[in-house]
Design a protein around this ligand. Structure first.
Ligand code: FMN
Length: 198
């Protein structure tokens, strides 16, 4: 059963959802699940906040702590991250994966300097994320509340911007009249779109 949908239109709809995720608080595309794989072959996924996206270069960005396990995963070839988005309203799932590159350090520093104190918390724990503790704790210094913005600058050393250059993406749209699935491959500076069986 075929449906009269243009591949370019569904692809555009997927990008519109990405931008809605960036610009609309609470939009489900704003908090994708991002998977990486360890050198032991064990995959690991976590929720991240989508921080930036660029359709022209096909890139997605998130912020993280350099000491986290995802960064250990991405330090080794093939340095690929896979992003998973789901929007229940449009019933669209998007997966997007590709090499996850370092952003120039000067750019990271400029972004960190623009962050308010409460946004720096995630990069300011005294011990690396994942360190065992004897009791439940947030990991920030006991003096955190009294620190000035400048006194939280030490978090800059831990702050990283992840940028995935999408090589391959898939859009799945669920529909009672028939689901459809589109594969997008980055070819040179454009996308090659191919319908596949859902
Ligand atoms: C709603 C939500 C948003 C999150 N956003 C981020 C984020 O933007 N960056 C980040 O590093 N961790 C974020 N986290 C925490 C991660 O899911 C994860 O626990 C943490 O990054 C450690 O992951 P890792 O040990 O696999 O590297 C978020 C968690 C939730 C529940």
């Amino acid at each position: 059963m075929s449906r009269k949908i243009k591949a370019a239109n569904l692809w555009k709809q997927a990008w519109n959802l990405i931008f809605a995720g960036l610009n609309t608080p609470g939009h489900p595309f704003g908090t994708p699940s991002v998977a990486t794989c360890g050198s032991d072959g064990v995959p690991r996924q976590r929720t991240l906040v989508l921080r930036n996206a660029d359709r022209a270069s096909g890139s997605l960005r998130a912020y993280t702590d350099n000491r986290s396990i995802k960064m250990t995963h991405l330090a080794h070839a093939p340095r690929v991250a896979s992003w998973l988005f789901w929007d229940p309203e449009s019933r669209i799932q998007l997966t997007a994966s590709g090499p996850t590159l370092a952003v120039p350090r000067t750019e990271e520093q400029a972004i960190f300097q623009s962050l308010p104190k409460h946004s720096r918390r995630a990069y300011a724990t005294e011990l690396p994320p994942g360190t065992p503790t004897s009791q439940a704790q947030c990991g920030l210094p006991a003096t955190w509340d009294a620190l000035s913005l400048e006194e939280t600058d030490y978090g800059e050393a831990n702050f990283r911007v992840l940028e995935t250059r999408i090589h391959r993406a898939e859009v799945l749209q669920l529909d009672r009249d028939g689901n459809v699935r589109l594969v997008a491959h980055r070819s040179r500076d454009d996308w090659a779109l191919q319908w596949v069986v859902p």
